[in-house]
Design a protein around this ligand. Structure first.
Ligand SMILES: *Cc1c(COP(=O)(O)O)cnc(C)c1O
Length: 438
């Protein structure tokens, strides 16, 4: 479709959106899908194969959302499809333990050294919610520290990102979160160890845990500054609080062992607990939290901390996750990096030549393009960008058959199935779109 462009009108998606709005709030089951920040009609997808999506109007897009991370091998990967089909033929769910969930748990424990024991759940939200409950039980304390701009799912206590600078007790980000719940949360600016020290100096005896995205991807990509992770480990250990590393996005994506695999275990020691999701479910609802055996042993039925799930460890989801992880070979990670190299170079080149101020930040194969200049170290920096221009860029890409995440605060996700044709298609679209928005 070089030289041509899809029209903005998408009659089939528009009709589906109207039907959806009649029965689903806003017509979507997760808010970002509604194109709220970029405008226009969300594309209802009919199918996906490798790096390509086909929407209800029959248009093809190179997918740079990859289901927000899980589709690391591309859509409908043959190995995963076979594993899912075989598992489904054996029955969908039993409410009993099965071999498949054991194999998935073993694979996670094998890959991530400090994770000695793991509990499977259905979403990243459940994983962080449960990790926080466990940390509170283990320490007998209630306050949780999180960082502005880090997303940990829609857990009440973690749905607060207000207030940067000083250690303020957070106001909830959403109506329906009681102040009592958000009031147990301290929100600090990311990459600011002094703020963490100050919060612990004041409230250390009440702090159960610090939770952080291992390498944040939910305010755009904002890597931890050198020494930040180690500093969190040092401070939490000194005060008897747990460190929870949220690898729901980075886990098994930026390396075989996630961010931990890239950064290495700090000299001060690894985090106590980890949360996983996205890639480990292979596109199905599966997530996990795990870590130190003595902490995990507090979970029911071996300990008193209640946590459960009708579909947890579901055999079809476990089969999809295991097949995905097993297919994530060193060659796969090398290909992801190569695709990210080419795409980041193309963006830098086109945006540079067309005089569009930008900043690209990257963690492994995850990267984001901020429409601003200068390093982005925290949420305040990330918010200081040209969001209106991003909306125009997003639609210019969509017209050229490339589906980006519909928000300037999201990473671009690639898959190992992004072959030369798909990559070349994106590179050409970036040049055309950059010219259009310059
Ligand atoms: C996506 C995400 C979550 C939430 O996972 P869900 O499966 O959407 O509930 C939590 N933490 C991080 C870092 C994420 O990227």
């Amino acid at each position: 479709m070089s030289g041509t462009a899809y029209p903005d009108e998408v009659p089939a998606s528009q009709a589906l959106l109207e039907r959806a709005r009649a029965v689903i709030p806003g017509g979507v089951n997760s808010p970002v899908r509604a194109f709220g920040s970029v405008g226009g009609t969300p594309r209802f997808m009919a199918s996906g194969s490798g790096p390509w999506l086909v929407d209800a109007d029959g248009r093809r897009y190179v997918d740079l959302v990859c289901s927000w991370g899980p589709m690391i091998l591309g859509h409908a990967h043959p190995d995963v499809l076979r594993a899912v089909t075989e598992a489904a033929a054996d029955g969908f769910s039993f409410g009993t333990p099965t071999a498949r969930e054991v194999a998935l748990a073993e694979e996670i424990v094998r890959r991530v050294g400090p994770v000695e024991s793991v509990r499977l759940v259905n979403s990243g939200t459940e994983a962080t919610m449960s990790a926080i409950r466990l940390a509170r039980a283990f320490t007998g304390r209630s306050v949780v520290v999180k960082f502005a701009g880090c997303y940990h799912g829609h857990v009440d206590a973690l749905l607060a990102s207000a207030g940067s600078g000083v250690a303020t007790f957070a106001l909830p980000d959403s109506p329906g979160v009681p102040p009592s719940s958000a009031g147990e949360t301290i929100v600090l600016p990311y990459n600011d160890l002094d703020a963490v020290e100050a919060a612990f100096a004041e409230r250390g005896a009440n702090i159960a845990a610090v939770i952080t995205e291992a390498a944040p991807g939910n305010m755009g990509i904002v890597p931890p500054a050198p020494g930040f992770t180690a500093g969190l480990r040092r401070i939490t250990a000194r005060h008897g609080a747990l460190l929870v590393s949220d690898e729901v996005m980075t886990g098994f994506r930026v390396s075989a062992a996630g961010w931990l695999g890239l950064e290495g275990v700090p000299q001060e020691g690894p985090p106590d607990l980890f949360t996983f999701g996205k890639v480990m479910g292979g596109g199905f609802p599966a997530a996990a939290f795990g870590g130190r055996a003595d902490v995990m042993a507090m979970l029911a039925p071996s300990g008193p901390v209640y946590q459960a799930g009708t579909l947890s460890g579901n055999p079809v989801a476990s089969a999809a996750g295991l097949a995905t992880l097993q297919a994530c070979t060193p060659q796969v990670y090398a290909r992801l990096d190569e695709v990210a190299d080419t795409l980041t170079a193309a963006v830098a080149d086109s945006f540079g030549r067309h005089g569009i101020p930008h900043r690209i930040q990257r963690v492994g194969s995850m990267f984001s393009v901020f429409l601003r200049e200068g390093e982005v170290r925290d949420y305040d920096d990330a918010r200081d960008q040209d969001t209106e221009r991003f909306g125009r860029f997003f639609h210019a890409m969509l017209r050229r058959g490339v589906h980006l995440p519909p928000s300037c605060y999201e990473a671009w996700f690639v898959s190992a199935s992004h072959d030369e044709e798909a990559v070349a298609h994106v590179v050409e679209a970036v040049e055309g779109a950059a010219a259009e928005i310059a």
